[in-house]
Design a protein around this ligand. Structure first.
Ligand code: CUA
Length: 400
């Protein structure tokens, strides 16, 4: 570098040349100093931004504030491992920094410091020490893995979870969770998993299967999702072609937010969901209501919406029942979210839990052009008229 600078300084600028003269050594040093300072500031600002980015006034997805025994088990492992890792970091980095300063090159020091290569006792020491640390971390880690993988108790609530593009499909598989109409299919919800408080929930996670028109190939088999409710449990992958399991439990009634934690395509970030834990009494009432078929509205507008929903839209635009289910009607396809109790007060959100079910304007926007609010969603744009949209909203919000 220095040689380059010297050569530049030695260069003479030919007379009449339009090239500016080469900067002097002093100017170069100043430029280098400015660049270094700018980089330092940029790094500091970036670091601070990242740090502040971790702040949230109401963090609902905090793994460090577990709300159930499985999440607590994970925290009980995380905290000691974190402190062990912190101690190792401080020790190792501390020694590196100390050595770098203590033995740095200085004017007048032209010999290498004493070399420790080949010091057998030291080398054995710093091989065994990390091995012991790792063994110390491994024992509780493996114990926790076994603990979390244990069989669920007999009275666990069994739910099959399907990762769809991009929403979550929940089917309640227990005998006492069958609907009272038709052939008694399992209760099914979308975007919101409803559970009783203080009871183990055993989830079977399967890769998507939006078998549109009975054709599995038209579905979403080849995408991997990850099911994650940070306050209640760890993450579990949702794989095409296999079934994974995870246990969760909420100690208290409440709403726990979850989301897909594996990049799965365009709307991965909007593949959210909620777990709603109810008191035993509320749970029983919810189950009773879920067993009923979808309501038949008496209101004229909602009736018109029901006719639209169950029939073919004029002009060959298609029909809602190609993909959706409303229990007790002809709508029975499982390719898209279950709508039987769409507006039940426990089901606060729709379309990957991004909008409140109460929000009529959001619902209208969704029906008008799903792609405009959630690009890439499989819900087609049927070019509904305002009148049709009003009627459908009236019908959907009557499904309580
Ligand atoms: Cu599903 Cu990310």
């Amino acid at each position: 570098m220095r040689r380059q600078v010297a050569r530049d300084l030695g260069d003479t600028v030919p007379a009449g040349s339009s090239n500016p003269p080469s900067p002097s050594l002093k100017e170069r040093r100043e430029t280098e100093g400015t660049v270094r300072k700018t980089l330092l500031w940029a790094t500091a600002v970036l670091g601070l931004a990242l740090l502040l980015g971790a702040c949230a006034p109401n963090a609902t997805q905090d793994t460090l504030q577990p709300k159930g025994p499985y999440a607590q088990t994970l925290k009980d492992l995380f905290v000691p491992v974190f402190w062990v890792a912190t101690a190792v970091f401080i020790l190792v980095e501390g020694i590196i920094v100390w050595i770098a300063i203590r033995y740095r090159h200085r004017k007048g020091r032209d010999r290498l410091p004493a070399q420790t290569h080949g010091n057998t006792s030291r080398e054995i020491g710093w091989t065994i020490a990390p091995a012991l640390v790792l063994a110390g971390v491994m024992i509780p880690t493996i114990a926790t893995i076994w603990d979390l993988a244990r069989k669920p108790p007999d009275d666990a609530l069994n739910v099959t979870v399907k990762g769809q593009q991009w929403w979550w499909d929940f089917e309640y598989m227990d005998e006492d969770m069958r609907t009272s109409y038709g052939d008694g299919k399992p209760i099914r919800t979308a975007d919101v998993l409803v559970i009783p408080e203080d009871r183990v929930v055993y989830l079977s996670l399967v890769g998507g299967g939006g078998d549109v028109g009975g054709d599995p190939a038209a579905g979403d088999y080849m995408v991997i999702h990850s099911f994650w409710v940070p306050e209640l449990a760890g993450k579990q992958d949702v794989m095409p072609g296999r079934t994974n399991h995870i246990l969760l439990q909420a100690d208290r009634p409440g709403v726990y937010t979850g989301q897909c934690a594996e990049f799965c395509g365009l709307q991965h970030g909007r593949m959210k969901f909620r777990v709603v834990a109810l008191t035993q009494q509320d749970w029983e009432a919810w189950v009773e209501n879920q067993k009923r078929p979808g309501a038949t509205p008496s209101d004229a507008l909602a009736r018109r919406g029901m006719d639209l929903f169950l029939g073919q839209l004029s002009g060959g635009r298609g029909s809602c029942i190609e993909c959706h289910t409303v229990g007790g009607t002809d709508a029975a396809s499982k390719a898209a979210p279950e709508l039987t109790h769409f507006a039940d007060p426990t089901h606060e959100c729709f379309a990957g839990c991004n909008w409140d079910t109460e929000d009529r304007e959001a619902l209208k926007a969704w029906l008008r052009n799903p792609d405009a609010v959630k690009l890439g969603a499989k819900m087609p744009n049927y070019h509904l008229t305002d009148e049709e949209i009003d009627a459908l909203v009236a019908y959907l919000t009557s499904l309580r």
